[in-house]
Design a protein around this ligand. Sequence first.
Ligand code: SAH
Length: 459
Amino acid sequence: MAKQSPPVKKNQTIELTFEDITHDGAGLGKINGYPLFVPYALPGEKAKVKVIKVKKNFGFGRLIKVTESIEERVEPPCNVFYKCGGCQLQHMSYEMQLTMKQKQVDDALKRIGHLENVPVHNTIGMEDPWRYRNKVQIPVGTKNNELITGFYRPRSHDIIDDMETCIITDEVSDRMVEAVRRIANRLGISSYDEEKNRGILRHIMVRTGQETKQTMIVIVTRKEEVPELEALVNELKETYPQLTSIVQNINPDKTNVILGKKTKVLWGETYIYDEIAGIKFAISAKSFYQVNPTQTKKLYDKALEYADLNGSETVVDAYCGIGTISLFLAQKAKKVYGVEIVPEAISDAKENAKLNHITNAEFFVGEAEKVMPWWTSQGLKPDVVVVDPPRKGCDQGLLDAIIEMKPEKVVYVSCNPSTLARDLRILEDGGFQTKEVQPVDMFPQTTHVECCAQIVLKK
Ligand code: SAH
């Protein structure tokens, strides 16, 4: 096949049968063995497709019309689904989303990790897979002299101007975004212009506590002095008495990063609080906090089950963030050590321990791959190591340290099946065995997959 030229040409319209779906949610169909990727096509379907890009070994197409559909295709409930970069799977039944995620994890383990016999359970889904997000960050722009708010189109910075609501976001947050936009618009506050690095209002961010119902608005501006800001704050707090906090974040830089260094409380509290499984968390404008607390509880329950603690264990939580997993485990362990690279997250973790009167958890700032070997040299011998790394997975140095430390169990929480599979292979080769993997749907309607794996030391 490699030497033949592609069997399709750009702009050609063809009929294609789809056999699979990629990890980013595109349908995959083949013509004489040549793969074409087509967003919004589902496996089992036939469709008319316009070829839009032809590369040597694969191409891309645009779905024109589904000619033979499958039962799992559903009408996306969001009015901007087909142009928004936020969700990818609203055209698919929720059952199918869960099956797809399970299969994706299973495939990665086999293909990348060469782990043929590890059971991957059915994905734990949500009863109601909508309005689950407790945080929204929406860019602000201008159209016809009016402020607009909306997510970007995929792979662009064009704001979708007819986004009425985001139906995976908490309803209160949604209303608050609308309120800030409307009032700021009336007060004549300008939107930020990325290209010229001019204007004021960059993003509106809202966070809510799912349990506590507390709400924080973060107004991200290019500069600190905004004359109309006081009027905006006054009107917000008077109109919406349920608000807990209004914060300004200043981001003067020409950058994609949403939040700048400086944060200033304009009214109300510095923190809002939330609770997961009875543990309280203080959340500031810049703290990392899981966006789907309902599913986080299910994920941590699984991690706890896999750690299988009886109260006598020493546990290490590498990549501990603000200590969410650490504090959860501390209730069942003798001692938990958390390590994390971001200093602010560690101060939050310490505060969260105090807030919950948890005294058997200690937190350290540092790179897990450096702190772990140092702990080993100091004679620390954990019974259980929990890792929850970013998408790129664990650092080789950290895996080496685990192999050296020989804990009885490793619990691996992962947001990327590919790096999970790669790291599990390294642990297997280092004397561990992967027992089972549980996918949990933390981000319904999107292609993101989260899972938890139980790994034990081979006897
Ligand atoms: N377990 C936490 C956070 C997981 S996110 C929770 O569930 O809330 C992954 C975390 O790893 C982030 O907080 C990130 O700052 C941290 N991190 C990234 N690289 C790291 C490294 N080399 N060493 C330690 N922590 C790191």
